[in-house]
Write a protein that binds this ligand. Structure first.
Ligand code: HEM
Length: 180
């Protein structure tokens, strides 16, 4: 993944627990890269190793690391570094989710070597819809849960999430029912 992702994991840790904690986590991960460069692609194994080391060092499950990072990605990285891009995504939660399938097309203009997730929207009701998540990567559904919760907070629209399809149960993609 692009360095921006690894850098955001670093910021999440240092902002909340200090630089020392990050040094400990990086040592534990076995990654000996001093600085990540935002617009340079890195091997996915690096990102997974960093997330695993956060989980070990902080004594929290990998699911909780991914959920926390998903919220941070929307509320901090997205809002502070890509404010206009996020605003262009929609003026309320429903609109943003409906535009989600096309969202990473714009990001690919900045990061051409992106391996983006794919999203589809279905089953729209007055207060709910289904978000379908397709990915070439494994193990990131709880990151999506955190992202969706973060979007709920961003738009002051608390969400309830129900996982209807799960690759861990043999489905070919995940489906979250988002209710607000
Ligand atoms: C301005 C905001 C955003 C930026 C700059 C951004 C950028 C990125 C980048 C750089 C990656 C790593 C992929 C790679 O390097 O190959 C990524 C992955 C991902 N993004 Fe975004 N993103 C943004 C917002 C969102 C939002 C709002 C969602 C969904 C609700 C989302 C869902 C994901 C997911 C699930 C992945 C993991 C990729 C996978 O499953 O293969 N992103 N994004």
């Amino acid at each position: 993944m692009y360095g921006i992702v690894n850098k955001a994991i670093e910021s999440l840790v240092t902002e909340n627990f200090g630089a020392e904690k990050w040094i400990a986590i990086k040592a534990l991960s076995g990654i000996d890269i001093d600085f990540f460069i935002s617009n340079e692609p890195y091997d996915d194994d690096i990102t997974y190793a960093l997330a695993g080391a956060v989980s070990k060092e902080m004594n929290i499950s990998i699911s909780d690391v991914l959920i926390t990072f998903g919220e941070y990605w929307v509320l901090k990285t997205g809002k502070e570094k890509y404010g206009s891009l996020m605003e262009a995504g929609g003026s309320n939660l429903r609109e943003f989710l409906k535009n989600l399938p096309a969202f990473h097309n714009r990001i690919m203009l900045m990061y051409p070597k992106l391996t983006p997730p794919e999203f589809k929207i279905s089953n729209e009701e007055v207060n709910s819809l289904y978000v379908h998540y397709f990915s070439k990567r494994i193990g990131l559904k709880e990151f999506v849960r955190g992202l969706l919760q973060g979007l709920g907070k961003l738009y002051n629209t608390p969400v309830e999430l129900e996982l209807l399809n799960d690759r861990d149960n043999g489905d070919d993609h995940e489906i979250f029912k988002v209710t607000w």
